[in-house]
Design a protein around this ligand. Structure first.
Ligand code: 13P
Ligand code: SF4
Length: 368
């Protein structure tokens, strides 16, 4: 039986009237029709019903690499957040289009540092030091393409939660100090693990004169940390770790480095979402884990491994509400419109920004 063509453009609202089963069927059909022309990339925090349609999954570093390794795919449908789709656009070929099924899927941490504020900080630091010879700017991948471009233009680079240590080694080999944005916690725990004393890691508060620091603090600092954080991961508290240790003998605590410095220090294991998944998967049956990262990933691991005791570290729901916006109706909408010849929500980084951001990303990929 021949399948009737899908008339363009497919509207989003009516899709919300359909059951998950009907949407799943339509998504599977649209994917089959697109074949190799389309690849669906999913971050580990993606809700389960969407994650099932992933061709490839990973943490930010893995997904960035994968985005550059599928030249046969005309369309990269990114089930993640905005900065991830930007990276896919920057690293993929000119014949490829990255698509974010819902443009509202942003990252609140990435929004905590913008180009104007970073340029102001750079100019202010320039009143105290020769910034170009003294400071390597390093942006966490959870940032806009403009900030990656800033790093590309100023001899800096990008890091992810899985390579921050090696990238900071590289940064300090270039210049004696780093300006690290936007995540203060990833910066602090990475600096701490490298043996940098607390007093040599200072917090830059955008909006305050000299970031709220004295010239002496800036001259003595090795790391200048931006005052950004993840609102999801900041909900995990040191008391949660203590409570699990008291309640469950032998429990191992594993957290994402976006958690606060105190939580990271108390944990047994620390790493990216891919690292967390791999570590828990490789642990022996009967292992007890308390996991401090986004709820969808923890629930997935719990269901996948009933032979292990897996707990969510916080008594509260810590969910990435922006990532959660990518749901079955949006995925169906994106794919069916592609079948019909309409590209909805392409992510196109302006060429001049993309070129400088690519320089920064390629410096990172050359290190790890
Ligand atoms: P990963 O690179 O570890 O997947 O982290 C991305 C992220 O946004 C975590 O909040
Ligand atoms: Fe951004 Fe936090 Fe969501 Fe990660 S969990 S995408 S850092 S808001």
């Amino acid at each position: 039986m021949s399948v009737p063509p899908i008339p363009p453009p497919v509207a989003l609202e009516p899709l919300y009237q359909l059951s998950d089963e009907a949407l799943s069927q339509r998504i599977a059909e649209a994917k089959a029709r697109l074949g190799e022309r389309c690849v669906v990339l999913c971050h580990h925090y993606q809700r389960e019903e969407v994650y099932r349609f992933a061709d490839l999954t990973g943490d930010s570093l893995k997904l960035a690499r994968l985005a550059s390794q599928r030249p046969e795919a005309e369309f990269i449908v990114f089930c993640g957040v905005h900065f991830m789709a930007e990276v896919a656009d920057i690293l993929s070929g000119p014949h490829q289009t990255a698509i974010l099924p819902d443009l509202a899927a942003g990252c609140s941490m990435a929004d905590m540092a913008d180009l104007v504020a970073v340029e102001e900080a750079w100019a202010e630091l320039g009143r105290i030091l020769d910034v170009e010879s003294q400071i390597t700017p390093v942006t966490y991948v959870n940032s806009t393409a403009e900030l990656k471009a800033f790093c590309g233009d100023h001899g800096g680079t990008v890091c992810t939660s899985s390579n921050a240590g090696k990238i900071l080694d590289w940064a300090f080999a270039q210049r004696p100090k780093t300006l690290f944005f936007p995540d203060q916690h990833l910066g602090r725990i990475t600096g701490f693990r490298m043996g940098i004393p607390q007093e040599e890691m200072v917090l830059w508060q955008p909006g305050l004169p000299l970031g709220g620091l004295t010239p002496e603090q800036i001259r003595n600092a090795r790391m200048i940390l931006w005052n950004g954080f993840c609102s999801v991961h900041q909900m995990f508290q040191p008391a949660h770790v203590e409570q699990f240790r008291q309640r469950l003998p032998g429990v191992r605590v594993i957290v994402h480095p976006e958690c606060s410095f105190e939580v990271c220090r108390l944990a047994d294991e620390l790493g990216s979402t891919e690292f967390i998944q791999k570590t828990v998967r490789e642990s022996p049956p009967g292992s007890r884990w308390a996991i401090g990262t986004e709820l969808n990933l923890v629930n997935r691991l719990k269901h996948e491994m009933p032979d292990k005791e897996i707990h969510f570290l916080s008594p509260m729901v810590c969910m990435c509400s922006t990532m959660f916006r990518i749901d079955l109706p949006h995925l169906c909408w994106s794919l069916e419109n592609l079948v019909a010849g309409c590209v909805i929500h392409p992510i196109r980084v302006p060429p001049n920004v993309a070129a400088s951001a690519k320089t920064a990303l390629e410096r990172m990929l050359a290190v790890v």
